[in-house]
Design a protein. Structure first.
Length: 301
């Protein structure tokens, strides 16, 4: 319950402070820089080195990738009927393809299944961060026009992108050194991710005049909250994945949009208004749909 209260407080604080005029226009940009360059890498250092890998984790590992590919297909299908320009199409793909597998996913999994299964969820979460750092960043760079689309330029940009570098370090360095000395620092810095991300969304949120973006929001919500978990369930069933691995994978696939995906779109100027509306609506609706998925999974597995 405390996590849900924190979500409401942080979002409303950003929304009300913007409305009151206390913060200058564009204040969220500084917050977003902290999230991308400090909090996200810290979260990676906190979780990834402690994951114990096994074959049972294949479905949880590939769940974000499957969801991303499905979102790419959806973006291709709806871009013409929804009259998306290049930037809006990229923004739609990024916020529809990345799920909120940590800040929303972790507390909901703890509430429904227990904290001992967060180790499974951490695998899915780190793959989500990897897709954000690599695939989503490439899409954002190409669509924004701020970077050339050739392989060399994109590779150099990725090598300067802290979340990507930290993922590589967290996968390789634990074989040679212990990360325990920096774990307390990483934990403290990672704790700033979710509150500041929600505060940033609140600063940018505008509920009025949704009619022109209602169809994209509806399409993203149906895919994220219904179709993507259904795809993961079918895939896990076909490969006879373990019961809890299946439940956690489907549950993580049913989460709303990753807040950092909306922030990435804002950083590259990719239709921030649509992005933040999709972030807000899918997260809000996921509190209801995740409960429905829990009941479905408990009755089927």
């Amino acid at each position: 319950m405390s996590n849900f209260i924190l979500i409401a407080v942080c979002f409303l604080a950003g929304f009300l402070l913007r409305k009151s005029g206390v913060l200058a226009k564009g204040s969220h940009h500084g917050i977003n820089v902290w999230i991308i360059y400090v909090a996200l890498p810290a979260a990676t250092l906190k979780y990834l080195p402690s994951v114990v890998w096994s074959n049972d984790l294949i479905i949880p590992l590939i769940t974000p990738l499957i969801c991303w590919l499905g979102a790419w297909l959806l973006a291709e299908l709806v871009s013409k009927p929804f009259h998306f320009d290049r930037k809006t199409k990229a923004a739609f793909l990024i916020v529809t393809g990345l799920g909120n597998t940590s800040f929303i996913g972790f507390p909901l999994i703890s509430a429904y299944y227990g904290e001992k299964y967060l180790s499974i969820a951490a695998v899915t979460d780190q793959m989500s961060f990897f897709i954000l750092a690599v695939f989503a960043s490439v899409v954002a760079m190409k669509a924004s026009g701020k970077a050339k689309a050739d392989f060399k330029t994109i590779s150099l940009k990725l090598l300067k992108f802290p979340p990507f570098l930290v993922i590589i370090a967290a996968l390789i360095l634990p074989y040679f050194i212990s990360f325990e000395p920096i774990t307390p620092l990483a934990t403290t810095l990672a704790a700033t991710l979710s509150p500041l991300a929600l505060f940033s969304v609140g600063l940018q949120f505008e509920l009025g005049k949704m009619r022109d973006v209602l169809k994209p929001i509806l399409a993203a919500s149906i895919y994220k909250l219904i179709l993507s978990p259904l795809i993961i369930f079918g895939l896990a069933f076909a490969f006879h994945t373990g019961q809890m691995e299946t439940k956690i994978s489907v549950f993580e696939a049913s989460m709303g949009t990753m807040i950092s995906a909306g922030i990435l779109n804002d950083q590259f100027g990719l239709n921030p208004r649509l992005s933040n509306l999709i972030v807000f609506m899918t997260i809000l609706l996921s509190f209801v749909t995740s409960g429905i998925w829990y009941l479905v999974l408990e009755n089927l597995l």
